[in-house]
Design a protein around this ligand. Structure first.
Ligand SMILES: CC(C)(COP(=O)(O)OP(=O)(O)OC[C@H]1O[C@@H](n2cnc3c(N)ncnc32)[C@H](O)[C@@H]1OP(=O)(O)O)[C@@H](O)C(=O)NCCC(=O)NCCS
Length: 482
């Protein structure tokens, strides 16, 4: 309390005294408050110490992730429409690539009720074809003058285009973009597709060199040798058996029975897979992806667009996270075929994806995984963290890669059975995962599918991993105001 005297100087003294008192009290209150906060922080820390280590780690990660999300989040990006052609054996249908693309894009646009004129930018992934095939294909739908990017990133061309679309939207450069891919191939191996390019550096020469230095080169399709040798190395290092690889192919063929877009829809016995014609070492014909014709498309939009079109929210699939990587130095340095096919690149970007999204393999139900050869699916289980290194065989024996297990890997039939029209593959994976999340897959529906993962890789190299889930059904307007 403060008392004022009779004269002015007394008043001044009293006022100064009061101010001093106030300052002192404030200091005391602040010190108490700091002490109080520190005590509580110590207590919380003690409680966290008592919890199992993984809990506390996950808890801290989630808190950090939430804080990051609130403070630095990029605008969300959604897949709102998907479509694809049936994948077919090359030359079995009388069509050209513009026909395939027109069909896939029209289906994707119809899926979300948009017109081609709504599309502001587009990417088109393909491996074989001259420059500007993307333009030629999309001109079938209209000459709207939009930016069109032709993407050539080996077997990851389709998903690299998707990655680009996501960045275009995150950068605020468009609200509706199209990612599509196609391939028109020839029967037989990729060697049949080679144009006369012998006067220049082969982009895979260093990868092939690793293989030549370890297992040598034989007259078999080069891609089958690359992935087959990685499988041989896995067997040698970890005791994996040829049966483990065959089980993967048997499963993928079985999954495709209920996929009408799949190139093959035939159920094979395990013995048929094991005893089919040998392509390279343990890899039989039924464990190799075929060559295929086909196209796939996805319409991608911004959160702003979804807010303006709330009727699309119920079918919108959020791209929770997506990472694109290229090779690490170990790809050439360690004389390892497992590393040469991109193990370290996929391991690194998968870890980054989990870290950035706060999700982990435990949260995932469905995975579309790049099974160009059964060996790659097996090795990738370890690279994306489904099991420890060397333990993929055990995961397969437990049936954790199919219905009834921890994850359904390749519910579509994967590349081995659905087919592998190279530029379309990365987009077709998103078609399947979007339909799985929306619960539209009929007899091949993955039960309780909440989070889905994509893995797409190209030797040379490029790798994409991504996580998807249905859009939050609440109006997300609170985010757009941030
Ligand atoms: C596996 C491969 C060597 C087979 O080639 P091929 O035997 O010379 O010739 P084809 O393509 O005509 O295949 C022969 C038959 O097997 C079938 N076939 C091919 N792959 C199949 C599969 N995974 N499942 C079922 N049948 C398959 C073909 O449809 C064809 O059947 P048909 O005789 O009834 O027409 C070839 O398809 C290949 O190289 N695949 C890998 C492609 C690749 O490298 N992609 C990039 C991955 S990184």
């Amino acid at each position: 309390m403060c008392f004022y005297g009779d004269n002015a100087s007394d008043k001044n003294v009293e006022q100064t005294y009061c101010k001093e008192n106030l300052r002192l009290s404030t200091k005391i209150v602040l010190i108490h408050l700091a002490f109080y906060i520190i005590t509580w922080l110590v207590r919380i820390n003690c409680i966290l110490q008592l919890l199992p280590h993984t809990w506390t780690n996950n808890y801290i990660k989630k808190v950090i992730f939430t804080l990051k999300e609130v403070k630095m989040s990029k605008p969300k990006v959604y897949v709102i429409g998907v479509g694809m052609t049936k994948f077919v054996k090359p030359r079995s249908v009388d069509w050209d690539y513009p026909d395939m693309v027109r069909e896939a894009v029209t289906t994707a646009l119809d899926d979300c009720g948009l017109k081609y004129t709504d599309v502001e930018q587009a990417t088109v992934g393909y491996l074989y074809g001259g420059t500007c095939c993307g333009q030629r294909a999309l001109y079938e739908l209209g000459l709207t003058g939009i930016p069109i990017f032709n993407v050539n990133n080996a077997c990851a061309s389709g998903s690299s285009g998707l990655f680009l679309c996501k960045q275009i939207i995150e950068g605020g450069n468009a609200d509706v973009v199209l990612a599509c891919g196609f391939e028109k191939m020839a029967p037989g191996s990729l060697e049949n597709m080679r144009a006369n390019l012998d006067d220049r550096t082969n982009p895979n020469e260093k990868h092939v060199e690793v293989m030549a230095n370890t297992y040598g080169l034989v007259p078999a399709p080069i891609t089958a040798q690359m992935f087959g040798n990685a499988g041989l190395e896995h067997m040698k290092k970890y005791g994996t058996k040829p049966e483990h690889f065959a089980k993967i192919a048997w499963k993928n063929h079985l999954h495709s029975v209920h996929n009408p877009k799949s190139q093959f829809q035939k159920e094979y016995s395990f013995d048929q897979v094991m005893n089919a014609r040998k392509i390279y070492e343990f890899l039989t014909l039924l464990q190799c992806s075929p060559t295929s014709d086909g196209s796939a498309a996805a319409i991608i939009c911004s959160e702003k667009y979804l807010l303006k079109n709330p009727h699309l929210r119920k079918q919108a699939v959020e791209i929770v996270g997506m990472e694109l990587g290229t090779d690490e130095p170990s790809v050439f340095k360690e004389n390892s075929n497992i590393k040469m096919i991109g193990f370290d690149m996929i391991e690194k970007i998968s870890k980054r994806l989990y870290q950035k999204t706060g999700l982990s393999p435990k949260d995932i139900q469905a995975i579309e995984l790049h099974d160009c050869f059964s060996a790659n699916e097996l090795i990738t289980y370890e690279a994306i963290g489904l099991c420890p290194i060397g333990k993929a065989g055990e995961l397969i024996d437990r049936g954790d890669n199919t219905y009834g297990g921890k994850w359904v890997v390749n519910p579509s039939g994967g590349l081995i059975s659905k087919g592998h029209p190279i530029g379309a593959t990365g987009v077709a994976q998103v078609v399947e995962l979007s339909n799985q999340l929306r619960g539209r897959c009929g007899k091949r529906q993955v039960p309780n599918c909440k989070v889905a993962m994509q893995h797409n890789i190209g030797i040379g190299g490029a790798g994409v991993v991504a996580l998807y889930r249905m859009a939050d059904q609440k109006d997300g307007s609170y985010r757009s105001k941030m």
